[in-house]
Design a protein around this ligand. Sequence first.
Ligand SMILES: [Zn+2]
Length: 353
Amino acid sequence: MTALPTTTTAAVLVAQGAPLEIHELEIPPLKEGQVLVSIAHSGICHTQLGEVRGKRGPDPWLPHCLGHEGGGTVLAIGPGVTRVAAGDRVVVSWIRGPGMAAPGAIYQAAGLGKVNSGPANTFMTTSVVAENRLTALPPDFPLDVAALLGCAVPTGAGTVLKTAGAKAGESLAVFGLGGVGLSAMIAGVYAGCAPIIAVDVVAAKLDVARRLGATHVVDASRTDAAAAVREITGGKGVAVAIEAAGAPKAMESAYAATLVAGGRTVLAGNLPHQATITIDPFPLLLGRKLLGGGGDSAPAEDIPRYIEAHQVGRMPLEGLISHRFGLEDINRAMDMLERGEVTRAIVSMTGDR
Ligand SMILES: [Zn+2]
């Protein structure tokens, strides 16, 4: 048996508005409900970008660890843990599932003192994770795709399959083609939605959407996206519109592009703290539904379904990954995400898939 690591290399948020700093942290002993996980890959999403840039309001937890979607391997379990065992491949997710809850670990670093963490942080080589933020994977499942199952896929696919309850034959439009938006689109293909209209302001992302099954694409930098989507659907609007751009204009367009009778608009993007949108509420009286949320995921049921769909080729999730970085390049990955240049960036702690 190899000795367990006693330290972890982590990207730590020390001050809002400043780049993440790489620090060596001492790992505390595992408490009840905690699991030690070797993280192979982590995704990066707008939640972390907002935290780093200070767009999510004051942060009382500084300095702290970050990242909330990862794929890794269990190294050891704390008292009371029963759902995973050493050697299991796991999805690490911010979304709460079955199993024990546990507080975030408090690490120690030279020069920083105490470093806080949440129940599931992934911008680090080894992480203490609460059992209820882990889902066990089949032994051969790729850990980079696993990272996507921690946030992008349950959020994006959940908005289509669960929040909106999209059915085969219903029309779907997705506004914003990052990891969440493309996951929503892949779920629409999986559910048999048609047509599937992909909307973004970046031409390269529209190309990715076409490859992953969009029947139509709309470049919102050149045209009124709501009008274009309505035109594709014969003037009626789509049955389901998903907003995953995190932009007020995209939210307003998604709402305006939805069928009046029975259409569902789901707002899934993150807006800057205290930003607002303007909509015409009249269609709500006539049956249009405006919904929100993070995909209504139940990891114990949903993640196995996505795993199976991926394994039989019905959810080509690796198509979400546009860029790969080492942990030392995480600030460059953040900058590219901010400029809209990535669909999903993966940060890799090891070379393993
Ligand atoms: Zn996320």
